[in-house]
Design a protein around this ligand. Structure first.
Ligand SMILES: Cc1cc2nc3c(=O)[nH]c(=O)nc-3n(C[C@H](O)[C@H](O)[C@H](O)COP(=O)(O)OP(=O)(O)OC[C@H]3O[C@@H](n4cnc5c(N)ncnc54)[C@H](O)[C@@H]3O)c2cc1C
Length: 490
């Protein structure tokens, strides 16, 4: 007789607290395995980069360090889930699989559909639980906000680890199933990036509420100061080292004991936005491939590989855009305003489709979260029909938010000797000034690849003309009905 077991499948929920699947698996009483899969099909998806898998690896190591005292561990596979489960099912009688719902890319959605069929065929009960404030199967937003608050106020689902009976795989069986060795790079630390793990996540959260939050509103748009003034919780939330509910409940406590209530309130609205955007993607996941407003489908754009490459590499000749792109490559983070500006530059000034840009940015954002990323990308690209179109002026952003050019100088060493009066527009230097400061524009640092004024005007005219078309208007009404709250029904 095969041993009856349950399985908890960890995905983007790499924590041991506020974890309903773990809590329920313990309460079920049947011994269970905890598993994580580095799936080759997901690893090769272009949205992902080594930086993400390093963060996941660090998170898993952190969990395993915590689990040592319970004589347990997460079993880490480098394999597709179905062949691994087939093997596990030969040795065990798998009764139930517990996991969180994932609002993911098509690659994980398809995998989930296949896994669901597999479970049905093998008579395994797979239950997926609600993650954060995102509800599956919704048709509109009626009462969404009320239910969001209700979810956030409920006690966290902390597993009762005293009742936990560990189950670990025999090493011979594990070796048979685990797949190829985990790539060495996953375990190499790169100190330019935030380090993953539940312990690190709590340390970031504490330091934010205990003081950093004071400057939140003042520094949120500054590329340099936001690195400290914003919470920097995004990768920890995206990979599930923290739940939104944990962060929200700590906000409520911090609000009671701190004098800086306004910045804390500004921060807490972002926690709601987090779920608001993911809910949008949950209800309309074709946004990965298509304009949410199909009225924009026939807008003409020609892919220009040279310009796209210049944008990607931080070689556009616009210092703030370039500093952002280079900083992102090096550290995996830029703040909201800079994300919006770089995307605006690509889609409006360079008039490139948002799709290639979305994939590149996803692979560079350590906090890549499909459900926030795609709706944000489309909003900034001006293809929703329901949001104000914002075409950022990177020179103005530079003067307003990197007044002294410190961020620019940090990430564009070619410009480090340029005085403040030219740092935002180095092409204004005369040949003599360039010689004086030891730089030749067009050789050491590119001249602007586009005329900002003309390209902004052209983009504005085209986007606004489109917005007046009946197809865009009809779609806008549909989007509003589906994704925003009808006031009467709140
Ligand atoms: C084009 C574009 C793409 C983006 N892609 C992502 C992404 O893949 N993953 C991601 O987490 N955020 C994304 N954002 C939103 C936002 O820029 C980041 O959440 C934020 O900069 C993360 O830094 P932080 O944790 O210090 O944020 P804080 O300002 O401290 O906010 C706290 C948390 O609230 C959430 N949040 C903050 N701002 C937003 C927002 N505008 N919309 C939705 N949720 C928000 C995040 O979970 C964040 O960690 C994107 C924004 C743009 C313009």
């Amino acid at each position: 007789m095969k041993e009856k077991v349950n399985i908890v499948w960890l995905k983007r929920d790499l924590r041991l607290r506020d974890h309903l699947p773990l809590k329920l698996a313990i309460e079920d009483g049947v011994p269970f395995l905890m598993v994580y899969f580095f799936e080759p099909s997901v690893l090769k998806d272009p949205h992902y980069d080594i930086r993400h898998w390093r963060f996941v690896w660090q998170s898993l190591m952190d969990l395993n360090r915590q689990l040592v005292k319970l004589d347990s561990k997460i079993h880490i596979f480098h394999n597709e889930i179905i062949p691994a489960f087939e093997k596990l099912n030969e040795f065990f009688d798998i009764k139930k699989v517990f996991s969180f719902q994932e609002t993911g890319l098509k690659v994980t959605y398809d995998r989930d559909k296949q896994f669901s069929s597999f479970c049905k065929k093998e008579n395994i009960q797979w239950t997926e639980y609600q993650q954060n404030g995102i509800e599956r199967g919704r048709k509109n937003r009626n009462e969404w906000i009320v239910r969001w608050h209700d979810f956030m106020e409920r006690p966290t689902d902390n597993p009762d680890w005293d009742k936990f009976t560990p189950l670990n795989l025999e090493s011979s069986l594990f070796l048979e199933i685990k797949g190829e060795s985990i790539p060495n790079e996953f375990s190499k630390l790169d100190t330019n990036f935030q380090e993953g793990g539940e312990s690190k996540a709590w340390a970031y959260m504490r330091s934010f509420y205990d003081g950093r939050a004071r400057n939140y509103s003042k520094h949120i748009s500054k590329p340099n100061l936001s690195r400290k003034g914003c919470s920097r919780l995004s990768p920890y939330i995206a990979w599930g080292n923290l739940s939104i509910r944990q962060v929200y409940q700590k906000y409520e406590l911090a609000r009671k004991s701190n004098s800086y209530k306004k910045p804390l309130d500004n921060f807490s609205s972002r926690l709601r936005w987090h779920c608001h955007f993911i809910q949008k993607f949950e209800m309309e996941d074709r946004m990965e491939f298509k304009n949410i407003n199909s009225g924009y489908d026939n807008i003409k754009r020609k892919f220009e590989p040279q310009n796209f490459l210049a944008w990607k590499r931080g070689q556009t000749g616009f210092p703030l855009v370039d500093a952002c792109m280079r900083c992102l490559i090096q550290t995996g983070y830029i703040n909201f305003r800079m994300r919006a500006m770089t995307l605006s530059f690509l889609t409006h000034n360079l008039w490139q489709d948002w799709k290639e840009g979305a994939v590149w940015l996803a692979s560079q954002f350590l906090d890549f979260e499909p459900g926030i990323h795609y709706p944000q990308v489309q909003m900034q690209a001006g293809v929703t029909g329901i949001n104000t179109v914002r075409i950022y002026n990177p020179i103005k952003q530079s003067k307003d938010n990197d007044e002294e050019g410190l961020f620019i100088k940090k990430y564009i060493p070619e410009l480090k000797n340029i005085p403040i009066e030219f740092i935002h527009e180095p092409w204004l230097m005369t040949a003599m000034e360039q010689q004086l400061y030891g730089i030749e524009i067009g050789k050491d640092y590119p001249a602007p690849i586009i005329n900002l004024k003309i390209s902004s005007k052209e983009a504005r005219d085209k986007i606004w003309a489109k917005r007046k078309e009946p197809t865009v208007k009809i779609e806008s009404l549909r989007i509003l009905k589906r994704h925003t709250v009808s006031q009467r029904k709140v």
